[in-house]
Design a protein around this ligand. Sequence first.
Ligand code: AMP
Length: 219
Amino acid sequence: MSMRTRVVLLGPPGAGKGTQADRLAARLGVPHVSTGELFRHHVSTQTPLGREADTYMRRGDLVPDAVTLSMVADRLADADAARGAVFDGFPRTVAQATALDQQLAERGHPLDGAVLLEVPEDVLVLRLTGRRFCAECQATYHLEWSPPAIADRCDRCGGPLRRRADDDEATVTRRLAVYRAETFPLVAFYEKSGRLWRVDGLGSVDQVAARLEGVLASD
Ligand code: AMP
């Protein structure tokens, strides 16, 4: 069975895009391209791009399209992206989606489509405010649903657990509003061109992964 290898994971913050994109990319043998992760890397290494992005990210606002698009264009020029990519957290505006279509068309490999991970809003808030990650190895936890054995310590490497700077309740509320206003229109954008699959994002990581693989099997 062959699988589609150029896909966008679409959905609100907390839908599970990062977790699923990681697994899916490994399964497909293509890179996981997360603009949020790329920005956080720039922020932590204090590049000029990171300093610019940080002011938007702290507020829960989108980084301007021009900044985001040039960062993605650089990433797609890397050799490992030639076979495909699982995009996570990108595109987030119709302008970004249009630019992605154009960039991939120029490379001769159009986007297969977008998967919308559907999760009710009350669940999103609980997922985001409770999530933690290991500052050393990036393993992820949830205070209620997958807590570490020892409080604030990573089970895998013993590193300290942190909360993302934008996972506090006020910023989460803002991020969800930005999603509705700026990113939700992408559902119609991809649906119009027959490139949208809807997947129920509730349940275990394995259950959601199986649903995703189901819609991405191409024949
Ligand atoms: P994420 O890790 O996808 O939740 O992204 C974290 C933050 O990075 C977002 O709240 C935005 O401030 C910024 N960001 C990530 N991806 C994009 C994007 N495609 N366009 C604009 N801003 C983005």
